[in-house]
Design a protein around this ligand. Sequence first.
Ligand SMILES: Cc1ncc(COP(=O)(O)O)c(C=O)c1O
Length: 410
Amino acid sequence: MTTSFQEQARVVQLALSSGVIDPSEDTAVLLVDWDVLDHRLGLLSAHWPGVFHAIAIKSQPHKAVLTHMVKKGFCLEAASIEEVRLALSVGCAPSRIVFDSPVKTKAELAWMHQQAPAALVNANSLEELPRHGFSPSYKLGLRVNPEVHTGAPELFHVSASSSKFGVSIRQKEAILDAIVRYPITGLHMHSGSQITRLDAQLEAIEMLISLTKTANQRLAAAGESRRIEWLDIGGGLPSSPWETMVSYAKSAMDLLRPLLEDVSLYTEFGQWVHTDAGWALSAVEYVLPREGDTPDVAYVHLGADYFMRDAYTQPRPFPMQPLSSDGTLKKAHERAYAIAGPLCFGGDYIHRNKSLPLLEEGDWLCIGQTGANTLGLWSRHCSRMLPKVVGYSSQKNTLEVLSPRVSMVL
Ligand SMILES: Cc1ncc(COP(=O)(O)O)c(C=O)c1O
């Protein structure tokens, strides 16, 4: 399920006529499609029965979205102490927060011990373990680097031997010693993002299962009553095709099911949940003609501020659709456009050569599949205002401002 262009046009028309979007102020708007979000969340619940899903806050940190997911019973994965506080502020119980920062300070851990008992805290290295002491009030896990290549792009591949994340599985004996010595009750891995090789991901899960069994034997042999009682297999699936989640869940559950009587299972999906549940809207400020084969340049109000990762690396192929100023779909006279953002540097393009129906000053441009790793990466370069965020559900017939347009100036 994804938001169609027709649906986007309908929502823009409604938002304009109801005053939710004010074209004199709102040069850009960020939209949350609750129906798509609920579809994704529903798929997780249906295909991973009995599993706890800690949705990665960093991929979509808007409070209204976090509140929505928490109310539906989802857990949250926090990559920083600030995200832990954010999770608590939207009503997430400490026991439903997974804290994964790779650079936890001693003060942060003391705070977690006081303020977030029963949270799940994953140590990133063996060297981090002494910082947790021997009786933290939270549940201590250890992140393992499975050293597999799941086909993630280089920037998001975190399971290389040189990775800054987790203890290499090649240090198996040291890991087992640490499990006996420290109050570890969980094992964690996140092999990378935008993974394409499920076979390698499943191999990593098998490794985690085998490590769990060996660790529990070691703990028993050492006379410890403690066991590894939770596994966290991270996130990593790209948002499309969404059906991949179904086959991944089936294969992973087939491997994990025998363990699940004694062990709780956590995941940490981010972009698979959010990408399709968000889209963006920008006014087309003006269009400059160019000679010959060079695309005309359309200037819009979202660029490397919202599409930070895309501008500085490789732009994602966002679907785009122009609307007239009144929100009606534009279809005719396709031309090639460079879609230029508003920031003052040469790399600020969302697309260098995109074929679109004729763009004119005053049009709107809908940019689809922008729900993940956009708002959370907002760049303050050029000090532009953060756009209004609007949520809607066509099924429930709702449309509301989730947060106003705000200045980010300190
Ligand atoms: C530890 C951890 N868990 C989960 C995620 C979410 O990954 P994805 O959005 O690919 O599902 C990330 C992303 O960076 C991560 O670092």
